[in-house]
Design a protein around this ligand. Structure first.
Ligand SMILES: Cc1cc2nc3c(=O)[nH]c(=O)nc-3n(C[C@H](O)[C@H](O)[C@H](O)COP(=O)(O)OP(=O)(O)OC[C@H]3O[C@@H](n4cnc5c(N)ncnc54)[C@H](O)[C@@H]3O)c2cc1C
Length: 290
């Protein structure tokens, strides 16, 4: 239960209060996760971020950056929002939720059924994190979202300040499967790659990220990747969409639950990743198979 609400006016103040209270304290962004019934984030102290100026979007020749408190709806309404990012933002089907839920809050929540993590992992975004050191000095570091997800314990006190999309030429997209737009998700799959003109190495930096109810490392939270298949694609060991579909289905760790059987989720994972791969190839002008 929330016992202490603090509205901070600087990042340093937010970090100091977090350091003082440790796991008892949490950052309050949109509050849709913290305040929901049966939340996994039951903080006694909440640190309200609304006065920190983290709600702007900036664009330059190398991509764009979102303040961590940019809401789903604000990002959707932005004139330059990439189509695949807009698709992922719309997975939050309720406009009321989108008006409050923030991008930073979604990443930090680390839910295995996250709306955004499969896409953001595929897009290889970077997070600008603020922390406070042993001498109470505030500092920022730029961390790949992959690392943030894999070592979430290390970053549990960090404040996400900005989300950086700095790979404008990269292909990244995701697909989500649920019985209804606001229903529990069976599976969300993200696929991203840098396609090149080189026939020797036509795609690099492949990312395959899966999440959903009962998919993968559910206890550990977050979405998970298939690094062996990512390498096999980059190295040309897997070349066709059919080979990819089979490999992903076999590698997907899923359990049966009310959103579908394990076999169904494995099938969804394989077909979704293979379709996203084909879309990437077509966009790069390489047909539908290598
Ligand atoms: C009915 C309902 C259904 C939902 N279904 C889904 C779903 O299917 N998938 C899904 O992904 N989410 C779901 N959510 C949860 C939620 O709406 C989103 O994850 C949302 O993006 C969380 O953002 P927020 O700003 O509201 O976070 P908050 O509730 O404010 O915070 C959530 C967590 O993130 C931390 N945090 C917030 N901002 C930062 C920051 N800048 N830096 C570091 N830590 C931070 C907080 O300390 C807290 O631990 C659902 C919520 C509701 C009410």
């Amino acid at each position: 239960m929330i016992e202490n609400y603090v509205r901070v006016s600087s990042i340093k103040e937010a970090l100091e209060i977090k350091a003082l209270h440790g796991a008892e304290a949490g950052y309050l962004a949109g509050g849709t996760e913290i305040n929901r019934l049966n939340t996994q984030h039951p903080f006694a102290v909440v640190i309200d971020l609304q006065d920190l100026g983290l709600s702007s979007i900036a664009e330059d020749g190398n991509g764009f950056e979102l303040g961590s408190c940019v809401t789903f709806q604000q990002a959707l309404d932005w004139k330059s929002v990439p189509a695949a990012f807009a698709d992922a933002l719309r997975y939050a089907g309720s406009r009321t939720l989108r008006n409050s839920a923030t991008i930073g809050g979604n990443i930090a929540s680390g839910r295995p059924d996250s709306y955004l993590l499969p896409f953001l992992t595929a897009a290889k975004v970077r997070l600008i994190l603020a922390d406070i050191g042993s001498e109470e000095l505030e500092h920022e570091e730029s961390v790949p979202i992959r690392e943030f997800a894999e070592h979430s314990e290390m970053y549990r006190d960090s404040l996400i300040v900005r989300i950086v999309f700095d790979k404008p030429g990269r292909f990244a997209a995701s697909q989500r499967f649920s019985k209804s737009i606001q229903g529990a998700v069976s599976l969300t799959a993200g696929f991203g790659a840098d396609f090149s003109d080189s026939d020797a190495r036509p795609l690099e930096n492949v990312r395959i990220a899966l999440g959903g109810t009962g998919v993968g490392n559910y206890e550990g939270g977050m979405v998970y990747r298939l690094p062996d298949i990512e390498s096999a694609l980059s190295e040309g060991v897997i070349r066709t969409a059919a080979e990819l579909q089979k490999a992903v289905s076999e590698a997907t760790a899923a359990v049966s639950d009310f959103t579908g059987s394990a076999e169904y989720k494995k099938y969804l994972a394989g077909t979704a990743v293979a379709q996203l791969y084909s879309r990437g190839l077509e966009k790069a002008g390489r047909g539908s198979d290598l």
